[in-house]
Ligand binder design. Sequence first.
Ligand SMILES: Cc1ncc(COP(=O)(O)O)c(C=O)c1O
Length: 471
Amino acid sequence: MRHQVSAPHSLLPTVSPGSEHMWHPMTAPGGHSLQAPLLIASADGIHVTDTSGKTYIDGSAGMWNVNVGHNRPEIKAAIAAQMDRISYCSTFGSMATEPAIALSTRLAQLMQVEDMTRFMFSTGGSDAVETAFKLARQYWLLEGQARKSKIISLRNGYHGLHWAGTAASGSPVWKAAYEPGIPGFLQVEGPYPYRNPWTSDPQQLGEICAGILEREIVHQGPDSVAAFIAEPVQGAGGLIVPPDNYWPLVRAVCDRHNVLLIADEVITGFGRTGSLFGSRHWGVKPDLMCLAKGINSGYVPMGATAVSRRVAQAWEREHPMATIMHGYTGSGHPLACAAALANLDIVIDEDLPLNAATQGAHLLERLQAVQDKCALVGDVRGAGLMVCVEFVKDKASKQPHPPGDPFLRAFMQQCMQRGLLVRMQANKLYLSPPLIITRSAVDHIADVVHEAITSAMAHAATAHVSTAQPR
Ligand SMILES: Cc1ncc(COP(=O)(O)O)c(C=O)c1O
């Protein structure tokens, strides 16, 4: 099963010297070895520049993470100043550095609404998820309910690629080469307003899907289920925005059955959806939250798992199993923490959640106008600066394009030619530019997407005619 998440490389047909030694994540090395990677040499603000000097708008903010933009002097200065003091110190046992302590205090202050009081630092989103699962199981052990170990997630969910994250992620494409996975991980159907077999009424869909989760918990036995994990807005699994009632209903289901609610906020955290946190967008307080990406905008790898007061209290009692037998060499890395502190100042001082809400709404509106004009745009959806254009061969049947379809390939190439770097997954275009983006840049993105669709349709029609010709 071949699955290439994003392939801007396809514009460049030759192998660059040395590139045969590097394997790229989520990319088939055989196919990729025929293409040279797009080499990015520098970046500033919302732009990146390749080694030939061509500049692009970074339409995906790196990997949904460079929220404050590239090359921010404040973050570079904070990292350099920290490097002058100390560039590494472990946080195992009772050691730490000032930025690690300061960051935990800052996060507790920013997450008062969610009542998050303890933070375990790590080196990325997959680590943050892994940590959350281990803490959820240990929590129930400490509460005297060791049987509560199962983790339920959504079929379109994505929770990183560690062993447990892969088990919790929904798509078989991510798991197939590595099965069998970990027992005790189950997936249920989540609300996908554009594609579901039940209803076009969002509220009803939210109720149906919350009901499906509840039935699964009851079926498994609530005394065996540790946690339910989901993304407040699903990212890699299709950029799916749930109906407004879904998260509040899910919170109620978890409460009824004594199941922890883990919000995987690796993408949605720190403003991307237009609220500081995605769960805040739905007015819901999770028990554990997974953070990464926007925590320091990717300047240094970092993740964090936030623990609510209610859950954290389990570790405050004397118990022989209360030691947290988990952590990483890079947990609380001083450079990552220094970058995060400077990054969070920017997020708050520049009110980037508000900018994400404002610019995201404008982008959505502009692209919905494109949808009305283009036969191949089936759905346009989003929350803040997480926006998806779902292409279809036919609006009535919603039939998606097959992988490798000439239209999809041509569309991506047309975007690149016009200086817009985008991320495509199968028939979906994901737009998630840095949260500092201006209205004029949003207008430019919408114009480019429209032009690229029009050109790609013409290109695909020609390709279709030429492949249909007898030799
Ligand atoms: C929701 C979610 N969880 C976890 C991860 C894994 O994060 P990382 O790639 O930093 O390990 C991602 C990555 O995109 C993600 O989107």
